[in-house]
Design a protein around this ligand. Structure first.
Ligand code: RB5
Length: 148
């Protein structure tokens, strides 16, 4: 597996650190685009470089964190080529890979605990896109994106 891009605001900082420790344990490489403390910051500022690293191919997928996971997912989905999913349940984390070919998982530091977050990260990173009938839907999402 190639490198994972990490990004968080202050609301997701601690969960990012917990997930980072897990990635260290399982030997998954990552690049951390911040933030680096609980000092208040604006989540689009970390979503942008983390997602750009995915779009450029420097990183394979992004794991993004804010208080709810929602704000950073909205910001991420503004970046062309990003399909970000904010979720807090196992089924969605798995199927957003299988059906949506999601390349960014967004988690809420004030919503999910570290134990669940690690389960969600593992299934997200280890589940392949199914392709087939889903590929034409992704192509339609890309077409929407290209329409501006
Ligand atoms: C920051 O307080 C909070 O608004 C942010 O982390 C996030 O939850 C936004 O969606």
């Amino acid at each position: 597996m190639s490198k994972i891009a990490l990004g968080a605001d202050h609301g997701g900082y601690e969960l990012k650190e917990a997930v980072k420790a897990h990635l260290d344990e399982i030997g998954v490489a990552y690049q951390d685009f911040g933030c680096f403390s609980t000092e208040s910051v604006d989540y689009p500022d970390m979503a942008k470089p983390a997602c750009e690293a995915v779009v450029s191919g420097e990183c394979d997928k992004a794991l993004l964190f804010c208080g709810t996971g929602v704000g950073i997912s909205i910001a991420a989905n503004k970046i062309k080529g990003i399909r970000a999913c904010c979720c807090s349940d196992y089924f969605s984390a798995k199927y957003t890979r299988m059906h949506n070919d999601a390349n960014a998982l967004c988690l809420g530091g004030r919503v999910v605990g570290a134990g669940l977050a690690i389960e969600l990260v593992d299934v997200f990173l280890n589940t392949a896109f199914e392709g087939g009938r889903h590929a034409k839907r992704i192509a339609k999402i890309t077409a929407l994106e290209n329409e501006g």
